[in-house]
Structure formats: structure tokens, C-alpha cells
Ligand binder design. Structure first.
Ligand code: NAD
Length: 305
């Protein structure tokens, strides 16, 4: 609980993605122990990392470390930034065909000379634990079973496990990317719990963004512009989910930068009923969803064997 300034009456609660992700990882670890005790091999996630982008390396390192924490096997395949598209597609084809791999991800963004979409479409939908393949996106749009992209899935889990009521609420999502904003809008609007929201999807061409945001009971910011959401864009009592992660230079920080969200936390938090911090909010939930997708892939492949 944080204390609201005198001008506000709201008691704000922090959506602690870090703490919840720890708890869910412990639950997954128990499931894995049971799975292995039943005679199955450990779920196995592979990650392909291209180039030396610092943020991508950090994300992949977290994913590999999290696999070890829950008892998964993991394999990291690294290539230099000048890898050819042909070689990358061959790696994808090998992973598709390898029966010891349950699911894999190709960390985005890829270098400019590689067509991201061609790589995404080369991944077998049954191993596409990032949920980016058109077939999984199509299933999501139709409300059919399939892999759901990890970040929006993690946000749904965060809402669910925090007991936040979503039915009938007005949700505003800022950002329409195919990995965050668009699937988020689909999940919030679909029939289910959490879900059943009335959704407004805002983007770079939206006029009077602030007016839309002020109508949100649930506001999800997924843009990548640090601090763009200010208190005057948020309704009193709103649930605010900050997906943005931007490295902002800060010579006083150990690594020379700090991670900043899209929401001006100090300004906005006192008005919210719930808010995610950055870091420690949505990011850790993303990894938990990837683990859940991989466990589901392992169960599915064992059922088909
Ligand atoms: P993106 O660049 O693909 O999409 C950004 C979206 O923001 C676009 O749809 C664009 O229309 C919209 N936008 C840009 N300027 C705008 C404006 N002024 N007003 C309204 N909308 C505007 O980005 P992305 O991949 O969706 O990622 C968004 C942010 O989320 C980034 O900071 C990224 O690092 C972060 N991210 C975090 C996680 C996590 O696990 N926490 C996962 C994925 C992405």
C-alpha cells in the first residue's frame, strides 16, 4: 500500500508481478516434478538470439535462468548479427523437426536484413510458445485454443490472480503492435474471466488520446515512450498496467541506464486503485507465461506421441 497525497483519496495497491511470478514459478516447478515422476522427460525450451543487443540478451538470459528455476531444460542458440536469413530459417526448421524440443522462441527484434515475419511464419505453430505465428494469432482472434503471446497472457494472469474484476469494464489499450497491444485488446474483449471488457484500442494516429484514457477503468500502456501517461490522463480509481520498458541513460545507475515505463509512476500512482511498477510488474509475468506455454507444449507433444 502506498500513501496517497492529501489531494487524493485513493489507496493504491501495487500489482506485484515479481512476487506473483515467483509464486507461479514454484507452482510450475511442482507440476514439472510430477510430470517427470510420471516418466516424462523435462519440458525443453530453446531460444535463438541474434546479435549483441543488450536488452535482447538480458531478456533471453532471464528466460534461460527461469527454465532452470522450474526444472525445464533449455538450449540457447546464438548467432552473430550478420547471420543470413537462410541460416536462421534452417535453424528454425531444425528446431521444428527436433522431437526433444517442446517449444522455441526467436528473440525479436532481428537485424534489418532479416524479414521478421518470414521467420515468425517458419516456426511450427505447435512449438510457437511466443504465440506470434498467424495460426496462433488467428486462434486468439477466434477464441480457439492456441498459444497466446506471453506479455498479454501475463497481464491477464496478473489481473486474474489479483482478483481484479474486468467484466463490463472499459479497457483502453495504448499501442497496437502484434505482440502486445493487439492481442491484449482481443484478450480483454473476449468472453471469459478475465475478459468481457469493452475495449478501445489507441495508437499513434488516435486523436485526443488523453480523453480516451480518462474513460478507462483499466488502462494498458504499451508504447515505449517513457512517462507519457500522466495523472491528468487517468480516471480516479483506474487499474493501470504499464508494459513499456525503455532504457533511459542515467550515469548514476550501476549499468549506466534505468528502465522506465510508459507511465509516470509518481504522478499517476496516487490516482489508481492498482498499478504495475517498472521494473517488477509486467516483465516477470511475461516470462511466467512463456514457461506455461512451454509446459502446455510438452503436455501436448506427449499426448500426441
Ligand atoms: P511497438 O513499437 O511495436 O508498438 C508501439 C505502439 O505504440 C504502436 O502500435 C504505435 O501505434 C503506438 N504509439 C506510438 N506512439 C504513440 C502515441 N504517441 N500515442 C499512442 N500510441 C502510440 O512496441 P511493442 O513491441 O508493442 O512494445 C511497446 C513497449 O512495451 C516497449 O517499451 C517494449 O519494450 C515494451 N515491452 C515490454 C514487454 C514486457 O515483458 N514488459 C514485452 C514486450 C514489449
Amino acid at each position: 500500500m502506498i500513501t496517497a497525497p492529501a489531494s487524493h483519496t485513493m489507496d493504491t495497491e501495487i500489482l506485484d508481478g515479481k512476487g506473483l511470478s515467483q509464486k507461479i514459478k514454484e507452482e510450475i516447478a511442482i507440476e514439472v516434478t510430477d510430470w517427470v515422476a510420471q516418466g516424462h522427460r523435462r519440458p525443453h525450451l530453446a531460444a535463438v538470439l541474434v546479435g549483441q543487443d543488450g536488452a535482447s540478451r538480458t531478456y533471453v538470459d532471464h528466460k534461460v535462468k527461469s527454465c532452470a528455476q522450474v526444472g525445464f531444460e533449455s538450449t540457447l542458440i546464438e548467432r552473430a548479427a550478420d547471420v543470413s536469413q537462410q541460416e536462421l530459417l534452417e535453424i528454425v526448421a531444425k528446431l521444428n523437426a527436433d522431437p526433444s524440443i517442446d517449444g522455441f522462441i526467436v528473440q525479436l527484434p532481428l537485424p534489418d536484413h532479416i524479414d521478421d515475419q518470414a521467420v515468425i511464419e517458419a516456426v511450427s505453430p505447435s512449438k510457437d510458445v511466443d504465440g506470434f505465428h498467424p495460426s496462433n494469432m488467428g486462434n486468439l482472434a477466434l477464441g480457439l485454443p492456441g498459444f497466446v503471446p506471453a506479455t498479454p497472457a501475463g497481464i491477464m494472469t496478473l489481473l486474474d490472480r489479483s482478483g481484479i474484476e474486468t467484466a463490463g469494464k472499459h479497457a483502453v489499450v495504448i499501442g497496437r503492435s502484434s505482440i502486445v497491444g493487439t492481442p491484449m485488446s482481443l484478450l480483454l474483449s473476449r468472453s471469459g474471466n478475465p475478459g468481457n471488457c469493452t475495449v478501445t484500442l489507441c495508437h499513434s494516429r488516435t486523436q485526443d488520446l488523453a480523453a480516451h484514457c480518462r474513460r478507462a477503468d483499466i488502462l494498458v500502456a504499451a508504447v515505449g515512450r517513457p512517462g507519457m501517461v500522466k495523472a491528468d490522463m487517468v480516471k480516479e480509481g483506474a487499474v493501470v498496467i504499464d508494459v513499456g520498458i525503455t532504457r533511459v541513460e542515467d550515469p548514476s545507475a550501476k549499468r549506466g541506464f534505468r528502465l522506465k515505463g510508459d507511465v509516470d509512476f509518481a504522478d499517476v500512482a496516487p490516482k489508481c486503485s492498482w498499478i504495475t511498477p517498472v521494473p517488477g510488474g509486467v516483465g516477470p509475468m511475461t516470462i511466467v507465461s512463456l514457461l506455461n506455454n512451454t509446459l502446455a507444449a510438452a503436455r501436448r507433444s506427449a499426448a500426441l506421441a
